[in-house]
Design a protein around this ligand. Structure first.
Ligand code: HEM
Length: 159
């Protein structure tokens, strides 16, 4: 296993870790959002709630950047390989559509990302259908990612 293989392994590990943290973490955050949202307007509660939200939005932006950057590295590596066939490319296209939908929902559900005004509460309550859709898209993205690897490895075995 050469240096390039070790670097790619580290990039894949970072990619999977950030993806799991973002999609899985978002679910628990939304649950807490509903349970912990301040009732009435006690200053201390609202202040603590805002601190949680801004910390979270910084994490979201960090994971988003890691997922996209590592995904581009993995993508460029794969696309440079002769084993990549039409099925792989079609699956990668589907994966990118699903990933874009998931990541867009993650950002919509927890404002505070790029261009958002820090500290503002969401304009409207977080709907369970939106968070459920984010989870379904996230799970589908994971599944298609595993399929991508299976298709690539099958092409590798066929030589
Ligand atoms: C919610 C967003 C995302 C999730 C949940 C996700 C999940 C994953 C997982 C779990 C793998 C590893 C599969 C394995 O090694 O068995 C993977 C691989 C990969 N991801 Fe992502 N990813 C996401 C976003 C992205 C984005 C935005 C890109 C491109 C910019 C991308 C490109 C790739 C590529 C090229 C691979 C390698 C596939 C292969 O083994 O051939 N991913 N992803």
């Amino acid at each position: 296993m050469g240096i390039a293989d070790i670097v790619l392994l580290a990039v894949r590990w970072l990619h999977v870790l950030a993806a799991a943290a973002l999609v899985g973490g978002c679910m628990f955050y939304l649950l807490n959002l509903r349970l912990a949202a301040p009732k009435g307007s006690s200053g201390v509660e609202a202040e603590r709630f805002q601190q949680v939200k801004s910390q979270r939005s910084k994490l979201v932006e960090g994971f988003l950047a890691i997922i996209v950057a590592s995904g581009l590295v993995l993508g460029l590596d794969r696309l440079a390989r002769a084993e990549v066939n039409g099925v792989y490319l079609a699956l990668l296209g589907l994966k990118l559509l699903l990933a874009a939908g998931t990541l867009a929902l993650v950002r919509r559900l927890a404002p505070g990302g790029w261009g958002a005004v820090r500290g503002q509460l969401p304009a409207r309550p977080v709907s369970s259908s939106a968070s459920n859709l984010m989870l379904v898209l996230g799970a589908a993205t994971f599944l298609v990612s595993l399929l991508l690897r299976a298709v690539f490895e099958a092409a590798l075995r066929r030589g």
